[in-house]
Design a protein around this ligand. Structure first.
Ligand code: ZN
Length: 383
């Protein structure tokens, strides 16, 4: 959703902060109870073909009466089930295959009944009994920032996650900066300046993981899948960390310079590298292990948190961004001898392909926001 051009100056930004903790047997019992309540609501929702929160509450609240749990956990379980059912409905509408939803993980999500007092989260586990989790220094630091409000908490067997929200006043943007995402780098820039964040380590990590997983010789699918998923998680967290460092700097600099971030729409990129498209197996593997979506997700939520606008250009708006000369608009020529370098015959200069793309994205984003300036200001000026 684009906020550009709307006369809105406060945006509700949401993110989460988490820590590890040690659960007691009572908490584990509560997590299991919550899982069962979610599954019961799912069953009722499926049987009656209901996915709206209101109707699901009417149907399942009484059915959950037998469970000995504070009533607000029941409401939260129903709300969670409604969320799962709505997501399933959306998938079906879009033509994706879906399984019958069932919650396997023991967890508790609640937006009611908890308190944060003297550095700890307190919440009821059963009637009249409360559990207390001391919050870590990091979590306390994040939630004590001005304007931050804790909206809900999520518990799993060993992790506590707090969902926090903040009314972020929008940063008044003076210009734009384009972010071009590539396999080996993120290139950020506009007419004034471009910089590159090296991510070739992500490719190396992905390659190592692929090599390790391919080397498994054990003839047992289940164990192989289990170990592969362990390596996959490790890869995700390592790549995620590298991306975090880069996206944090990108957003911080953009705020400092009051630049709206311009991204290209990458919808449908997965379908580009599929079997039968005439690409090699290795190339497809490399392109599909590219975490382009993650970089975008991080930039977007970090930008929203600080009230910075993000402009997502459509396919049409980003056409030929990486082969058009940002100076004269001429189509650039590639040079076989130089990789990722382009030549403009008119300006007679060699340019870097990624930087060209970033500058062009910034330009086209600026065109968009110049077009969509709120007309209110002009009307007042004219009157
Ligand atoms: Zn040129």
């Amino acid at each position: 959703m684009s906020r550009i051009g709307l006369p809105l100056f406060i945006v509700l930004a949401v993110k989460s902060v988490w820590q590890n903790y040690i659960s007691s047997s009572e908490v584990l019992g509560l997590l299991e109870l919550f899982r069962r309540m979610v599954n019961e609501s799912l069953r009722i929702g499926l049987a009656n073909d209901v996915s709206s929160l209101r109707r699901l509450s009417l149907l399942s609240y009484n059915e959950l009466a037998q469970h000995d749990s504070p009533s607000y956990y029941k409401l939260c379980a129903i709300s969670r089930a409604a969320g799962i059912l709505a997501a399933r409905k959306k998938s079906i509408r879009r033509g994706y295959a879906t399984k019958t939803p069932y919650s396997f993980r023991q967890q508790l999500v609640s937006c009611y009944g908890f308190k944060i007092r003297s550095g700890a989260l307190r919440f009821p586990v059963s009637r009249g009994k409360r559990f207390c989790i001391p919050l870590t220094k990091h979590v306390l630091e994040v939630i004590s920032q001005p304007g931050v409000e804790v909206r809900s908490f999520t518990l799993t067997q060993n992790r506590l996650s707090l969902c926090i929200a903040r009314d972020a006043p929008t940063v008044n943007r003076a210009s734009t900066v384009g972010v071009d995402r590539n396999l080996r780098n993120l290139t950020v820039g506009n007419d004034q300046e471009t910089s590159r964040y090296d991510l070739s380590k992500c490719v190396r990590i992905a390659n190592t993981t692929a090599r390790i997983v391919a080397s498994f010789t054990r003839d047992d699918d289940r164990i192989r899948t289990g170990i592969a998923s362990m390596y996959g998680k490790r890869r995700t967290s390592r790549v995620g960390h590298l991306l975090h460092t880069a996206t944090k700097t990108i957003v911080a600099l953009a705020v400092q310079r009051r630049e709206a971030i311009v991204l290209e729409n990458i919808e449908g990129i997965r379908s580009l590298y599929r079997k039968g498209n005439g690409q090699g197996r290795k190339y497809r593997g490399r392109m599909n292990s590219w975490s382009f979506g993650e970089a975008q997700r991080q930039i977007e939520y970090k930008a929203r948190w600080v009230g910075l606008s993000v402009i997502r250009l459509s396919r049409r708006e980003t056409r030929a961004t990486s082969i058009t000369c940002p100076r004269c608009g001429e189509r650039l020529q590639s040079d076989k001898r130089l990789t990722r370098k382009l030549w403009c015959g008119k300006c007679r200069v060699v340019m870097d392909r990624d930087m060209v793309a970033a500058v062009n994205l910034a330009r086209r984003g600026r065109v968009r926001f110049a077009r969509s300036r709120p007309p209110i200001i002009e009307a007042q000026g004219g009157a």
